[in-house]
Design a binder for this molecule. Sequence first.
Ligand SMILES: NC(=O)c1ccc[n+]([C@@H]2O[C@H](COP(=O)([O-])OP(=O)(O)OC[C@H]3O[C@@H](n4cnc5c(N)ncnc54)[C@H](O)[C@@H]3O)[C@@H](O)[C@H]2O)c1
Length: 453
Amino acid sequence: MDISGPEEVEPFLSPVFEDADPDRAVLAVIGLGYVGLPLAAAFAARGRRVIGYDLNAERVLRIRAGFDDTGEVASADLQQALAGGLVPTADPEHLREARIMMVCVPTPITPDRRPDLGHLLSACAILGPRLAPGTVVIFESTVYPGVTEDVCGPALADASGLIVGQDILLGYSPERINPGDRDHRVDTIVKVVAGQGDAVVDALRRLYGGLNGGRIHCAPSIRVAEAAKVIENAQRDINIAFVNEIALICERIGLSVHDVLAAARTKWNFLDFRPGLVGGHCIGVDPYYLSHLSQMIGHEPEVILAGRRTNDHMADEIADRIAFRFREVCQEVLRPLALILGATFKEDVPDVRNSRTPQLARRLVRHGFRVAIHDPWLSGEKIRSLGEVEAINWPKSKDERVNLVVIAVEHQDFRERPLEDFVDLLIPGGLIADPKGMCRGLSVFPSLNYWSL
Ligand SMILES: NC(=O)c1ccc[n+]([C@@H]2O[C@H](COP(=O)([O-])OP(=O)(O)OC[C@H]3O[C@@H](n4cnc5c(N)ncnc54)[C@H](O)[C@@H]3O)[C@@H](O)[C@H]2O)c1
């Protein structure tokens, strides 16, 4: 890995690219979400002029007012970025000024689990007519190998009338930040870069290296960089699927998977993954990009799709096991009330994209439960929009007690609570279901039943 600091580079081959000098070019970031805003803010905080363009005018207004609703950029940092050179805008005409553009738009999947490149194509259609010759366009969105050069390149050429590889140059640099993670940030993690030709690679090395102290890995081609990103997430998905499968086996034979993993982890090369619900827009989505490519070229991706199947069904499996256990210990309760704690796709973020809690809730409803959800990161309106559920605050009085508590997401707010708080939520004799084993101390509390994977 090359983690050397920024160094002198050859100028671009063609003088047309003079204004795309990585040290002084006006930058643009397209898509100011979880990925784009931290990136734009990091450059702007260093005094760079950054046109931050997003289709969503409401989001732009909030950013201009100094608020990042994703919670990734603190207000003080956003204010610093706005003072430093960040220009949030919903007017694409402002893009004309930029000579290095970074595209950070979503890459979700369609309902039939195929790559949905619609946002990328829309971004290309918006950018194209506003591209000046001599612009470098870098894609950061997660895609399968070939999308940047074979899909986005032609789309930009069509929309701009320019020749890709000559009038404009493409780069790719996948984003690896992890929302809610305060340790792995834009300015600390190693960035993989690739581009059309050595001059672009050097420009990207210099551009991003200025943000993260030169922690740059130069991949030999755009396709390699695209592949690296998508396999990082597919690998994680498969490893979680493996421990999820182990968890289901252990549960059937009366073993705690957490005890089993604690023992196995003492081996030096045992991989440390935990069972759980895989949601969000990356780990549960990106493997479908990889499998789509694989199928296009005639290879059926057995392992990748097996992992997806396991993780996609985990919420149903957990709900079924909980309902079974509930009926064992509380047979006589009619229309029991369940409280699910946590509805975001992971802990300590306000993001509900592909969250598995709605799936868990729907399955519990099918088992005859009435379901309420509490999530300190979400408004009542947001929770109700997830469907078939009530939103409630942390119950305060005995009248609000429930028959079943399911700890679905390990928010810090929950982790910091004493175990008695969870006991107080429950009608005596009820069940606490704690799939991830966050509150295993509850297993010894009298007057309640405790279930974990
Ligand atoms: N969020 C993460 O943790 C993460 C981490 C690594 C990589 N990624 C990848 O980064 C990309 C962006 O993800 P995100 O989480 O930031 O998405 P996001 O939904 O948080 O933000 C995307 C933004 O792009 C805007 N947008 C959509 N189409 C647009 C267009 N045509 N022009 C301008 N703006 C447009 C949306 O309004 C939104 O504000 C995806 O490919 C994702 O897979 C995300």
